[in-house]
Design a protein around this ligand. Structure first.
Ligand code: GLY
Length: 328
């Protein structure tokens, strides 16, 4: 999806864009994501992750309006639930403490042992499975040409050579997510896959995004609850495991006990593109542009990343040096 977002912003600036997609557009991390837009929770006060997340979240309403599609963007707010044995610290300076009675008033299904929760009222959600096709369609409408089933044999500063021998000339922007280190011709960057398994449940509703010690629950506009997620260093090993689903469901049911009677709608996994410092990689690597390494925040950071990358690629704007690939 990040590739679609970057293509959209470059096309809007009037530069011709071809997107070379090996398989299916947006089929990997973006489609697997839970769709949490929670910079204050995910950053836990760490900069610059917090500020870029807050900045990107602020871009979302206008960015989504420009897509002309309903992607389920909703300011649900987020509760960081505190139970016996959990660290009681606030996740962020903006978090407001709700005691047990107050939190049960706003989120009635929480477990009886919940001591209270930190409320982050500006955190939001969307449905990535609606966002991905919307960004894809908007990029096409803006003039980007998508070529699916095209594998790159080698990338260089002047273009790429495809496996079929075809040469495609132009500036190259690699948006290969967890596969970034495998792009031939690109200096290998320390971007690695971090598997996340998720479960979809229906029949029981929640109102907020709920974070507990072992995972999270996300309400969808259609009433489903997405429960996630494992954080696994298993390379590119695909699939869902009994242990992964058990861990996700255990966290879900212990946080909201009525979820035990919810319908199990399915489980899936995806690969987050992790980096050693958990920050994105945005910049030039020997003449090849890279936008990758967004780890847990790819959907959140898409509008800002696309804006920055388009400005850099089309107009030569300077990217924030803190995200430079040169740090590796
Ligand atoms: N952003 C949530 C996750 O990566 O699991």
């Amino acid at each position: 999806m990040l590739g679609c977002a970057v293509a959209l912003e470059i096309a809007r600036r009037g530069m011709p864009v071809e997107v070379l997609e090996r398989a299916i557009v947006g089929a990997e991390a973006s489609s697997a994501a839970a769709g949490i837009l929670a910079p204050r929770m995910e950053a836990h006060g760490r900069e610059p992750l917090r500020s870029i997340g807050v900045e990107s979240l602020a871009l979302y309403p206008e960015w989504v309006a420009g897509l002309g599609a309903d992607v389920g963007l909703t300011r649900t707010g987020l509760l960081k639930v505190v139970r016996p044995g959990d660290a009681p610290d606030a996740p962020d300076v903006e978090a407001r403490w709700l005691d047990a009675d107050a939190v049960r008033f706003v989120e009635p299904g929480l477990a009886p042992d919940v001591l209270g929760a930190w409320l982050l009222e500006n955190e939001a959600t969307l449905d990535p499975r609606k966002l991905v096709p919307a960004v894809h369609a908007a990029a096409q409408a803006a003039g980007a040409r998508f070529r699916v089933g095209e594998e790159v044999a080698s990338a260089d500063p002047g273009g790429v050579t495809l496996v079929n021998g075809e040469r495609v000339e132009g500036r190259v922007v690699v948006c290969a997510g967890a596969w970034t280190a495998k792009v031939p011709g690109l200096r290998p960057l320390p971007v690695r896959p971090v598997r996340g398994q998720l479960v979809a449940l229906s029949g029981e509703r929640i109102r907020h995004v709920l974070f507990g010690a072992g995972g999270y629950l996300v309400p969808r506009a259609d009433g489903r609850v997405i429960a996630g997620a494992t954080v696994e260093e298993v390379g590119f090993s695909r699939g869902v495991t009994a242990g992964g689903v058990r861990a996700v469901l255990q966290t879900a049911v212990s946080m909201v006990p009525d979820l035990a009677s919810a319908n199990f709608e399915g489980a899936w996994s995806g690969f987050r593109p992790g980096t050693p410092d958990n920050l994105p990689v945005l910049g030039d690597v020997g003449g090849i542009w890279v936008a990758s390494g967004h780890y847990r925040n790819g959907i959140l950071l898409a509008p800002l990343t696309a804006k920055w990358m388009a400005a850099a690629v089309v107009d030569g704007a300077r990217l924030p040096p803190v995200f430079s690939p040169a740090r590796f």
